[in-house]
Design a protein around this ligand. Structure first.
Ligand SMILES: NC(=O)c1ccc[n+]([C@@H]2O[C@H](COP(=O)([O-])OP(=O)(O)OC[C@H]3O[C@@H](n4cnc5c(N)ncnc54)[C@H](OP(=O)(O)O)[C@@H]3O)[C@@H](O)[C@H]2O)c1
Length: 273
């Protein structure tokens, strides 16, 4: 079987600077041209890391990106175990990172792009009465502009693939429904997610004829750092990142153009927004 070997001089430099962690920087990566490829933004921990792990185990080519992949024990363990995983440095708020990564993988079709990078942000800063308007900028940059930025940069890779799927995780907190259902507050997170939903819906409209499917999938209440940061009441039922990622991967596999732009629960129910 022919193998595609990817190696980046920029990352070799980054790797040289980053102490002794085994990183992609020095790793020669072999991609199977017959296997589908997933690109994950925000894979250092939580759901993003689980997606990387589970797609790697299924034999996919995995491009797992993070702000500091060398600091993620989970990512380090993955590259050590799977030759079909490549790591790269990507802060979704940095246009230079996004452009460099897009250039590195310019000729690589991407079947599934998962925008998993996200932050909740400080709770008091997004509570009415103590709103910190500067705090919004960072949350908006990561949650709303990040997925847009990464999707825009990789759109040709997605178009060139067989599956052509772009995934946004969640969005439920950005809907009108949760105004009634969720506790009040969390203004910045919810507003950033509402913007994220709208931008993904517009991309869906623009690229539908070219076969691109935008999957907006709610992963459930997942036991990750983000859920802790959200201050969500502890008595709510949670699921593990491992289980949630498994369910979401099944939903991604079953995505059809009719579901494009809809908000879908991890169990397959269309939530709508
Ligand atoms: N957990 C839930 O219940 C839940 C529910 C609905 C939706 N979601 C969504 O699912 C996604 C994953 O969240 P999670 O639950 O797995 O949370 P998590 O464990 O806190 O992971 C968040 C990830 O985002 C990364 N990240 C943050 N800022 C970034 C940036 N500027 N550039 C690149 N990566 C960045 C973090 O990397 P660092 O290590 O660099 O900080 C981390 O890998 C988020 O988009 C979240 O909104 C989660």
């Amino acid at each position: 079987m022919r193998k595609l070997v990817i190696c980046s001089p920029i990352l070799i430099l980054v790797g040289a600077l980053s102490a002794c962690a085994t990183t992609n920087s020095t790793q020669q990566v072999s991609f199977d041209p017959d296997a589908p490829t997933v690109f994950i933004a925000g894979s250092s921990r939580g759901l993003g890391l689980e997606f990387a792990r589970q797609y790697a185990a299924r034999g996919w080519n995995v491009i797992a990106t993070a702000r500091r992949p060398e600091a993620s024990e989970g990512l380090q363990a993955l590259v050590a175990e799977y030759p079909n995983v490549v790591l790269d440095v990507l802060d979704v708020t940095k246009q230079a990172d996004v452009q460099r990564v897009a250039e590195r993988f310019r000729d690589q079709p991407i079947d599934v792009l998962i925008n998993s990078a996200g932050i909740w942000g400080d709770l008091q800063a997004q509570t009415f009465g103590t709103l910190d308007y500067e705090a919004y900028e960072w949350i908006y940059e990561v949650n709303a502009l990040g997925p847009l930025r990464v999707t825009e940069a990789l759109i040709e890779n997605i178009k060139a693939s067989k599956q052509k799927k772009v995934i946004t995780l969640g969005g439920g907190m950005g809907t009108r429904k949760t105004v009634e259902q969720a506790p009040p507050g969390h203004y910045w997170y919810r507003m950033s997610r509402a913007a994220n939903l709208i931008s993904m819906a517009i991309i869906q409209r623009q690229y539908k004829k070219q076969g691109i499917i935008i999957g907006i999938i709610s992963p459930g209440k997942v036991d990750t750092q983000m859920l802790k940061d959200s201050g969500w009441p502890a008595h709510f039922k949670k699921i593990s990142a491992k289980d949630s990622a498994g369910y979401v991967i099944e939903q991604i596999a079953q995505l059809t153009p009719e579901k494009g732009g809809e908000l879908i629960n991890y169990d397959g129910n269309v939530i709508g927004w």
